[in-house]
Design a protein around this ligand. Structure first.
Ligand code: NAP
Length: 627
């Protein structure tokens, strides 16, 4: 053992680590019966926790350096999973949870069987968007030897992590869940990595998996047309110098993301303002708020993330809040990964895997805990579910604690709708920032923007130099700004028409052969916040299987059957209609998961295992193949 790793070091590691993950990883490594004797870590009383920690210190001090890295058998895995929660893992959950654990290489990827039909000569896939989704698709295709080109409108890889450079930007789910499961553990510097580190990680993946040589940056897709004669797509890009660039591809996979088109409030007078107006997507390093009077609109994930650092520097900040949000703390947010915990990652095989597991596991019961209203509970006068109300109470206490001696703020800050029905927002010192002398929370309606500031319905005028519109995105403008034309020139937006956008399994649309979306309508799993990159790999593997079926059958095109598309969406809408996303009438009109027609449009209504079962392989009888 390294000399610097003495018992005191190990004790610090055990104190700082994820104890549930440590316990199960150590049990996996040692088979120590005493470790198995404890109940789930979350339910341990302090005395048992202390005993468990002592045992862990002892085992690490005496046995580390002798642990072997190995893949547990399925039986062993079940026993280990059961230890974490203290209840048996249901069969339908086992497969997807095992894959999230990522003990085997490339857990979600599709491998073509030996003797598979060759990829046709000249076949090529165009992937649009070089963010996490596009890279996941590229790695999958690269592994199968399917030629592809990855286009992006920006001048660097990274997608949303290239666009967003506002203060304090970071992931708000644990960094380890933001990793691709096909790669080895990555040494994140913080538990919740900063945006630039995530972007660099994506660059690294692009290099390591041979993606970069396939990337064409500064290619902004304007138009895509399916040519029925040749079963290919003609793509028109705006190139690096503003010139038109034409490219053809057999298949198009859009990984364009939903946060591409910014939403700006349409407030009278906005064009008269003499100061600066910014959406956070326009934030660059040279923006200096020191000494400025700033207005921040929006308290979603973006507005909440940037308020505290802006308030620390600005002369004054007025926060314009339209609707209160549930803004929750996250353990270890903003904290560097300690060297002691890094040592655990490096020296205890399985610790990384089980940390991923413990961070996703709670979300596996998210549906029943917060989204499916419990009729018994509601009959007793409760709202949604008991857990939902318990969470509400916890959150109200948290707000009170954060605002301390400013109880006047409380009434303005507690939402009337249930927690978890809108996108959870993670606190980055937002509530505390509101208590600063140089910050005001403004809840009066905004009437107009003047040359010098903002006028509110209570007759006040708020003078500002800079307005930050952290007002979100036009999330239902999927694929924006490109237009897609399918069979007989059918325009995709016209096909969607007045209805909100929809797709088959979030990926395919009838009459648009050889076209797939990775962040399409209803693609965002509730557990997506847990590991969106894992879901992109699952979707990419589905697409790869469709291509494989094309090659095997000697087909030049594949599309979804229109009846299957309608049936899927009817089922999806029926499932969604039972969820709190739509049933919570207090938030439904201000929930970006929900479209203007009150249909769930961004999120999937299916729970994790159910969704995985639908996505893991295509139902070929619901697809139409042709030449
Ligand atoms: P958002 O969640 O849609 O929030 C927009 C905010 O702007 C809301 O507070 C909204 O108020 C307000 N707003 C919109 N139009 C307004 C108007 N006309 N007047 C006044 N206020 C208005 O947008 P976002 O914060 O940019 O976040 C979008 C998504 O990006 C997040 O949900 C998350 O998925 C992702 N994101 C992730 C991270 C991360 O992981 N670190 C960070 C940032 C963003 P109402 O509530 O009244 O509509």
């Amino acid at each position: 053992m390294d000399e610097t790793v003495d018992e005191a070091f190990i004790r610090r590691a055990v104190e700082a680590c994820d104890l549930a993950a440590l316990r199960v990883a150590l049990y996996q490594a040692t088979g120590d019966a005493e470790l198995a004797g404890f109940g789930p870590v979350v339910a341990l009383d302090p005395a048992d926790q202390a005993r468990l920690k002592e045992r862990a210190v002892h085992l690490l001090a005496t046995r580390s350096g002798r642990f072997e890295r190995r893949v547990p058998s399925d039986d062993e895995l079940r026993e280990l999973m059961d230890l974490v929660l203290g209840v048996p893992t249901r069969d339908e959950h086992f497969e997807v949870r095992r894959k999230f654990l990522a003990f085997t290489p490339y857990p979600f990827q599709f491998e073509r069987p030996p003797g598979a039909a060759p990829v046709p000569e000249g076949f090529e896939v165009a992937i649009i968007g070089a963010g996490p989704a596009g890279i996941a698709m590229a790695v999958q295709l690269g592994r199968l030897g399917i030629p592809y080109t990855l286009y992006d409108r920006r001048d660097e890889i990274g997608g949303t992590w290239s666009i967003h450079k506002y203060p304090d930007i970071r992931v708000d789910t644990l960094s380890i869940t933001y990793e691709f499961s096909f790669d080895d553990e990555y040494p994140w510097s913080e538990y919740f990595a900063r945006g630039e580190e995530v972007r660099r990680y994506l660059e690294l993946m692009a290099d390591k998996y041979g993606v970069r040589e396939h990337v064409r940056l500064e290619h902004d897709l304007e138009d895509a047309r399916f040519d029925e004669e040749s079963s290919t797509w003609h793509l028109r890009f705006q190139g690096p110098k503003g010139e038109r660039v034409g490219r053809d591809a057999n298949v198009v996979v859009s990984a364009a993301g939903v946060f591409a088109k910014t939403k700006r409030p349409d407030i009278p007078g906005v064009d008269e303002f003499e100061g600066t107006i910014l959406h956070p997507t326009q934030w660059t390093d040279d923006i200096d708020v020191r000494g400025k009077r700033v207005a921040v609109f929006g308290n979603g994930s973006t507005g909440v993330q940037l308020l505290a650092p802006v308030a620390r520097e600005a002369a004054h900040v007025s926060v314009f809040q339209r609707t209160p949000q549930w803004i929750a703390p996250r353990p270890n947010y903003g904290r560097a990964v300690e060297p002691e915990v890094r040592w655990l990652f490096d020296n205890l095989p399985g610790y990384w895997n089980w940390c991923r597991y413990t961070s996703i596991i709670n979300l596996m019961t998210w549906h029943e805990d917060y989204l499916i209203p419990d009729p018994e509970w509601e009959k007793q006068g409760g709202y949604i579910t008991q857990k939902s109300e318990q969470l509400r109470d916890f959150m109200v206490d948290y707000i009170k604690e954060q605002i301390g001696d400013r109880p006047d703020l409380l009434e303005k800050l507690v939402p009337d709708y249930a927690p978890m029905v809108r996108r959870p927002v993670v606190d980055n010192g937002w509530y505390q920032a509101l208590t600063r002398d140089n910050v005001d929370l403004v809840t009066a309606g905004v009437e107009r923007i003047t040359k010098k500031g903002i006028e509110t319905a209570d007759g006040k005028h708020h003078e500002v130099d800079l307005i930050v519109f952290a007002t979100g995105f036009e999330v239902d403008q999927f694929l924006w700004p490109a237009t897609y034309h399918g069979e007989q020139g059918l325009n995709l937006r016209e096909y969607w028409g007045e209805r909100s956008p929809r797709a088959y399994l979030s990926m395919m649309v009838p009459h648009f052969p050889n076209f797939f979306m990775l962040y399409g309508p209803n693609s965002q799993p509730v557990s997506g916040g847990v590991s969106l990159p894992s879901w992109f790999q699952i979707y990419a593997a589905y697409i790869a299987q469709c291509l494989h079926a094309m090659f095997e059958g000697g087909h030049a095109k594949v599309a979804v059957d229109e009846d299957a598309f309608e049936a899927h969406n009817a089922d999806l809408d029926a499932v969604a209609s039972e969820l709190a996303f739509l049933k919570d009438t207090r938030s439904v009109d201000r929930n970006y998961y929900v479209g203007a027609d009150r249909r769930l449009v961004v999120n999937t209504p299916y729970e994790t295992a159910e969704l995985y079962a639908m996505m893991k392989e295509p139902k070929l009888d619901e697809l139409e193949f042709g030449s």
